[in-house]
Design a protein around this ligand. Structure first.
Ligand SMILES: Nc1ncnc2c1ncn2[C@@H]1O[C@H](COP(=O)(O)OP(=O)(O)OP(=O)(O)O)[C@@H](O)[C@H]1O
Ligand SMILES: [Mg+2]
Length: 215
């Protein structure tokens, strides 16, 4: 079980929006919340995502659950380029990559080569970082970014475009792309498909296990 909604109630003033809601999100589950406009879907979703507190009841999650949330009608807001935004998910890998390059430079430095102890130390550090880098898909993360961006219709010529010059729909797509790259345990998306065409939806369903249901 990833998450459980237990007897959750939300009131606004004297109005009860919903009362005693129970819901389970099982491992690998896909749950769609369907209701008329104003029914309280976004309000419940914000409670589930931990952004708002319920008036009564509680949300119980699996230990160390990582959760991604995309609010209704929002998108990525950034001065960075599309590529920089996506690559920022892999900042730790990029830092390791810089370290590896630095160590490579040291390994070809004649002074270090001439000193067996120092050379040994540099190569040992290099091996350790490289094996970690490899295990975390260090050699594959760029391909991963390209794959996800391609799924949303962004290709090489778009990579350097600034996020803040894109349309609202494109910003939503990029927020979703970033969430997919972050690989959270649970994604909570409030009407994410409003800005997606059928082709993108079909790709997304295959990629991430999302259903086409509105939520
Ligand atoms: N902070 C608030 N104070 C008072 N009323 C609120 C507040 N937030 C939401 N509401 C009311 O709660 C109701 C449910 O809103 P909510 O946004 O959860 O609906 P929804 O089901 O997501 O609708 P939609 O399909 O249009 O997105 C609405 O009537 C809204 O006006
Ligand atoms: Mg809503």
């Amino acid at each position: 079980m990833l998450l459980q909604v237990q007897q959750v109630t939300r009131r606004f003033g004297a109005e009860t929006l919903f009362a005693d809601v129970n819901m389970d999100i099982p491992d690998n589950g896909r749950v769609a919340l369907v209701g008329r406009n104003g029914a309280g879907k976004s309000t419940l979703i914000r409670i589930i995502a931990g952004i708002d507190a319920p008036d009564k009841g509680q949300i119980v999650t699996r230990k160390k659950l990582t959760l991604g949330y995309l609010a209704q009608d929002t998108g990525l807001d950034s001065n960075k380029s599309i590529w920089e935004e996506m690559a920022s998910v892999f900042a730790a890998l990029q830092a390791q990559e810089d370290q590896l390059h630095e160590l490579e430079a040291q390994m070809s430095d004649p002074d270090i080569i001439a000193d067996p102890d120092q050379f040994e130390q540099v190569t040992t550090t290099y091996d350790r970082i490289q094996s970690d880098f490899k295990a975390n898909n260090g050699y594959g993360y760029r391909a991963e970014i390209r794959g996800v961006l391609h799924g949303f219709g962004f290709n090489e010529p778009d990579y350097d475009r600034s996020v803040n010059e894109l349309s609202g729909g494109q910003k939503t797509q990029l927020a979703l792309a970033k969430l997919l790259l972050e690989k959270r345990d649970l994604l909570i998306l409030d009407e994410p498909t409003n800005h997606l065409d059928v082709e993108t939806l079909t790709w997304l369903e295959g990629t991430s296990g999302l259903t086409r249901a509105r939520c």
